[in-house]
Design a protein around this ligand. Structure first.
Ligand code: ZN
Ligand code: ZN
Length: 362
């Protein structure tokens, strides 16, 4: 399988995607390159090494497919193009770092064929900013154990492209309902009630888009969906170079796995949208409704997340995650009960002192 590492033409250092400039930067000589320049370089390389340029042979593709069909959890080894060390990954890793030379590597074969993402949102927040936001966040919270944000732990903050499915559809919707309005009035000793019945019909086209679903089975569902939403208007055509310097996971959830739930979900949205157009009655009973699917589309996208996991002394995992585009934070943080205990103790003490003072005054 092809392993890509983007090399700087000036010094042979590693090129990584820089969120701050949205360009590609050499970490050694600080040269920067645009995406177009990076692509041109890859073509030069391809001309030199026709084998690498040929892309995948049928056999390679088959091999990859059988790897996917087989045990997905199985660790798979690759050779680092920079130092020759073996890089061991799990079945869904698509970009990572070499454990020995720490150079970024992109396992391009993992993202080919049906696993080639349609779009990507490149990171807009770099590690420095992500670290600062993390510190601001934990300092704004109380009772977080110190170990959660000590330096060693913060260094583990990783930028990961997570796989998602983005869904859109157009439906034809109809709704039949009965609306009622009731008027009550008195005349002398008699109370009158007038009930008016209305036949209400609705018909319209319902369009839904940007429904985003986590496409990685092993991902913590809450983590993967807690960082939503993304500004999907900023999506770019997928390019491997964006992954350089980050980690990336490829999807292991197929659209068929989600189709049924998504279809139910959008039909419920559609029903609600139609229902919301009926107003002006004191009571509404929906007799029937129908939503006919006219058009649907699925895009496979990689979205940027900064994540940090923390294993507490009791063995429980906690995590912090941040949307790598907007900075929205989501996490389940550990609570240091010792710290809670101390504050609790202080409150109790103050109450006790107040009681004593109260006692003295009486
Ligand atoms: Zn360089
Ligand atoms: Zn290496």
């Amino acid at each position: 399988m092809a392993v890509i590492s983007y090399k700087c033409p000036n010094c042979d250092g590693e090129l990584v995607f820089s969120p701050a400039t949205q360009n590609f930067k050499c970490e050694y000589c600080m040269s920067t390159f645009s995406r177009e320049e990076l692509e041109a370089m890859k073509q030069d390389l391809a001309a030199e090494e026709p084998e690498a340029a040929g892309g995948q042979t049928g056999e390679q593709a088959k091999e990859q497919q059988s790897e996917y069909d087989g045990v997905q959890e199985e660790a798979v080894a690759y050779t680092c193009p920079s130092c020759g060390a073996r890089i061991v990954t799990d079945g869904t890793t698509a970009a990572t770092f070499c454990y020995y030379c720490h150079n970024p590597v992109v396992l391009s074969g993992r993202l080919s064929g049906e696993y080639l993402p349609d779009k990507v949102i490149p990171f807009a927040i770099d590690k420095k900013e992500a670290t600062q936001k993390f510190l601001d966040y934990v300092h704004s919270k109380k009772f977080i154990p110190r170990a959660f944000f000590r330096k060693q732990q913060i260094e583990k903050l990783s930028g990961v492209y997570f796989p998602y499915w983005v869904y859109a559809c157009t439906m034809d919707g109809t709704m039949d309902a009965q609306g009622t309005n009731i008027r009550v009035w008195r005349s002398g000793e008699t109370e009158y009630t007038e009930t008016k019945y209305y036949q209400v019909e609705r018909e319209g086209t319902v369009e839904l888009h940007d429904l985003t679903k986590n496409a990685l089975k092993e991902a913590n569902q809450k983590l993967a969906e807690g960082v939503l939403p993304y500004d999907l208007t900023k999506m770019e055509e997928f390019h491997m170079g964006y992954l350089s310097g980050f980690q990336a996971q490829r999807r292991d959830v197929d659209q068929e796995d989600l189709a049924q739930d998504v279809s139910q979900e959008v039909k419920e949205y559609g029903r609600q949208l139609l229902r919301d157009t009926i107003s002006g009655y004191s009571g509404v009973t929906v007799n029937s409704h129908n939503l006919k699917m006219l058009k649907e589309s699925w895009s496979y996208v990689l979205l940027p997340v900064w994540t940090l996991t923390y294993k507490a002394r009791n063995g429980k995992f906690y995590y912090y995650s941040m949307n790598g585009q907007t900075g929205k934070v989501y996490g389940e943080l550990p609570v240091d009960y010792k710290k809670v205990g101390i504050v609790g103790g202080i409150v109790a003490l103050i109450v006790l002192i107040l009681f004593l003072i109260g006692g003295l005054l009486i």
